[in-house]
Design a protein around this ligand. Structure first.
Ligand SMILES: C[S@@+](CC[C@H](N)C(=O)[O-])C[C@H]1O[C@@H](n2cnc3c(N)ncnc32)[C@H](O)[C@@H]1O
Length: 278
């Protein structure tokens, strides 16, 4: 391979590419496979242009010196997907209502964590499901913590507004009860806003899963779905064991259906696909 890659107006050298890979892995646990030079180049060139930077070296210096994590968050956004949806992998929410909710109601309170919540559809689905099926308040005191590394998606999540076509997997009855139309989006499409009562059940915060976690737990369930695909087995193993420590005995871990704990030494018991018990 040549030692520089001439793609478009910015020059991405192999050394730049290695630094991007190193940064993503070291700071966020994300593995960028060799051969993704074109992707890095294409996705980041726009950002360099927007920031008025002359080249990748300047951009990397900016990310490395960015103590607030804003630019790192942008880099992660560029290299990963924030794809999510309401009621994604719906079997999990059936399991929550049928198998977990009766026990949570008996204990009178439930604490949940949506780790890597993206634009909020996952924690809001949990909130809607609990609101529908449990008599709250006073029967069930619910708090849902929702975190992500990306400040951009967290802003969207806090706004609680979604284009109407994002609501296609929300059952009709819940759509009617929990959403109301608001002013059209910038592209003119219809927008729906989630009921403030449901939104109040969820607290959003920025958190890089690789950093120290300020919360003490214990949680009754942790949802960490469709983010471990970016991590290697070593990083996954550490994360899974940290989740175990933060769950209450009898608490559940939910992972994405395309993810697996195979090859990881852990203390969970398998319950059903993508559901584990502490
Ligand atoms: C595909 S979305 C998953 C959203 C949701 N959990 C779901 O399953 O629909 C992956 C999310 O992981 C977040 N992410 C990636 N690396 C992260 C890290 N090190 N710490 C926290 N969040 C991270 C991304 O910002 C993105 O929003």
């Amino acid at each position: 391979m040549s030692d520089t890659l001439q793609l478009g107006t910015y020059e991405l050298t192999e050394a730049h590419f290695e630094r991007v890979r190193d940064l993503l892995y070291r700071l966020c646990g994300i593995v960028l496979r060799p051969g993704k030079e074109g992707l890095v180049k294409a996705r980041l060139s726009k950002r360099l242009r927007a920031l008025g930077l002359p080249g990748f070296a300047d951009y990397l210096a900016l990310v490395e010196g960015d103590s607030g994590g804003e630019e790192l968050s942008f880099l992660v956004d560029s290299m990963t997907t924030n794809k999510t949806s309401f009621f994604r992998e719906g079997a999990h929410f059936v399991f929550v209502t049928e198998c977990l909710l009766p026990c949570w109601e008996r204990q009178g309170r439930v604490r949940l964590w949506s780790a890597a919540c993206s634009s909020g559809e996952e924690p809001y689905t949990l909130a809607m499901v609990l609101r529908e099926h449990a008599r709250i308040p006073p029967r069930l005191d619910v708090r849902i913590l929702a975190t992500d590394i990306s400040t951009r998606v967290l802003e969207q999540a806090r706004r609680g507004q979604y284009s109407a076509d994002k609501l296609q997997d929300v059952p009709a009855a819940l759509r009617v009860r929990h959403f109301r139309p608001v002013d059209a989006s910038e592209d003119g499409g219809p927008m729906m806003e989630l009921d403030p009562e449901v939104r109040r059940m969820v607290g959003f915060a920025r958190l890089n899963l690789m950093d120290a976690w300020p919360m003490k737990g214990p949680f009754d369930a942790i949802f960490c779905r469709n983010v471990m695909i970016y991590f290697d087995k070593q990083v996954q193993g550490k994360l899974i064991n940290r989740f175990h420590d933060l769950l209450a005995p009898g608490g559940h871990l939910f992972i994405g259906h395309s993810e697996s704990l195979t090859g990881i030494v852990h203390r969970f018991r398998y319950v059903q696909p993508a559901v584990y018990l502490r």
